[in-house]
Every structure is written in structure tokens, then in C-alpha cells.
Design a protein around this ligand. Structure first.
Ligand SMILES: [Mn+2]
Length: 241
């Protein structure tokens, strides 16, 4: 039997029919499976057993989800701060650190990019719409699109000599479904994609290939742009054999 790469994906938590449940979105699972790897859910209960999960997984995928609690980057909660899930925040922050120390590679999408940045010492805009124009002194384009998530609505420009530039060239139309964004980039990361208003749309490791993270949602945009699967393919093919 061909040995496939194992990708650990922290589970989200929701309540359905009165029952607390773990979940991973279908599109996230599909992206990993299509890339030829095996997805494995990591529950928040694994917080005290993370060494084992880090050992058995070849890479980790941090998906979209609720807002990261600002207490994890030293800020008070903004009035428009959204729903959060502290168990998931704690698990993911600990996992980012342990996985990178162990030399493993990470893929982050939307909240996933934000939690990787926070785990490594960066900060977020808690409410892009009210905070960004004031702090950056630039007007904002629409980042929480009313259009279907499968439609691309704004451009991302990619920095030369980056993995995203290798995949997509100078720019590409992307979708946008976020009310938060990275404000202060962690020291070990570099910006490799920005929107026309300067909002950060992609981060990668400065000194190695351990982190690839995007603010948009390639896992659903793939329905109208098949090249979005390349993010998953590149992540999985880059894992050490
Ligand atoms: Mn955006």
C-alpha cells in the first residue's frame, strides 16, 4: 500500500441539535484528499498530548473559523469582535509552536493564517472595517464579500521570490470573506500577498519553507478557479518524504 502523507487538521467546535460536535468543512478535507494526503482531525482535548500528534503527522492545516481571542495577542476586545472558541485557540497556538519546533510544515487559510501569526507573536485587526482606515490612513475595499464564496471579488498581488508568486505570478483575483486581518506580522514571517488597499492576504516563512498561509478561501474558490487546488498540491508535495 502506498504510504500517504498525514495532515493534522484541528477540529472546529459547534453545537448542532443540542449536541457539541467537532467539525472540519468538507471543502478543506477535499483539498487535502485531492492533493493525495490523508487528513486526520486533531481535537482540542489533544492539548496535553500534542507531541504524539506532531510526531504522527507530516504537516498541519489550520482552517478558517471564528475570531481569535485578542487576549492571545495582548489586546482588549473590540466592540465588534466576533464569536470565538478559546479551546481551539489554545490548541492551535500550542500546535503551531510545537510543529514548527519539530520541523513540520504548516498551511493556513483565513483564521488559520491569523492564528499562525498570533502564535508566532503577531497581531490582528479585530474589526478591519473600523480599525484599518484609522490605523493605516488608507480607504478599505470590501473584504467581507456579499457575493457567493465561490466567486473571486478582489485582486491579490504577490511578492517576487515567494511560493505564492511561483504559483500565481504577479496577481490573481481571489475571494474575500474576513472581517479581521493581520495587523502586525510576526518576526519569523514575511508578507507575500496584499490586496490593493494594502490588507495582508498571504504570509510565508522568512527563512525556510515551513509556513504557507493565505487570507482568502482557495478551498471554495476552486469551484470557479481550478488553479486554487495548487495551494494544497504545493503544500503536500513539499512535505519531506
Ligand atoms: Mn480580502
Amino acid at each position: 500500500m502506498e504510504k500517504k502523507k498525514i495532515i493534522g487538521i484541528p477540529g472546529g467546535i459547534t453545537t448542532a441539535n443540542g449536541t457539541r460536535r467537532y467539525y472540519i468543512n468538507e471543502a478543506d478535507v477535499r483539498g487535502i484528499v485531492k492533493a493525495g494526503a490523508t487528513p486526520v482531525m486533531i481535537p482540542s482535548e489533544a492539548i496535553n498530548d500534542l507531541d504524539y500528534y506532531v510526531n504522527i503527522c507530516d504537516g498541519f492545516f489550520f482552517t478558517g473559523g471564528p475570531d481569535v481571542l485578542p487576549v492571545f495577542y495582548g489586546e482588549e476586545p473590540h466592540i465588534n469582535m466576533g464569536f470565538s472558541e478559546i479551546q481551539r485557540d489554545r490548541l492551535e497556538i500550542a500546535l503551531v509552536k510545537k510543529a514548527l519546533t519539530a520541523g513540520k510544515k504548516l498551511l493556513g487559510i483565513c483564521r488559520g493564517m491569523q492564528i499562525i501569526n498570533v502564535a508566532l507573536g503577531g497581531k490582528l485587526y479585530q474589526d478591519l472595517e473600523s480599525e484599518y482606515p484609522v490605523r493605516s490612513k488608507q480607504p478599505l475595499i470590501k473584504h467581507f464579500q456579499a457575493a457567493s464564496r465561490t466567486e473571486a471579488t478582489h485582486y491579490a498581488k504577490f511578492t517576487a521570490n515567494s511560493r505564492l508568486h511561483d504559483l500565481y505570478g504577479d496577481q490573481r483575483l481571489i475571494n474575500s470573506h474576513h472581517h479581521q486581518a493581520v495587523s502586525q506580522v510576526a518576526d519569523s514571517l514575511k508578507v507575500t500577498a496584499v490586496a490593493s488597499d494594502g490588507v495582508i492576504e498571504g504570509l510565508e516563512s522568512k527563512d525556510n519553507q515551513q509556513v504557507l498561509a493565505v487570507q482568502w478561501h482557495p478551498e471554495v474558490l476552486v469551484a470557479t478557479d481550478e488553479k486554487m487546488q495548487l495551494i494544497f498540491d504545493e503544500f503536500v508535495s513539499g512535505l519531506t518524504k
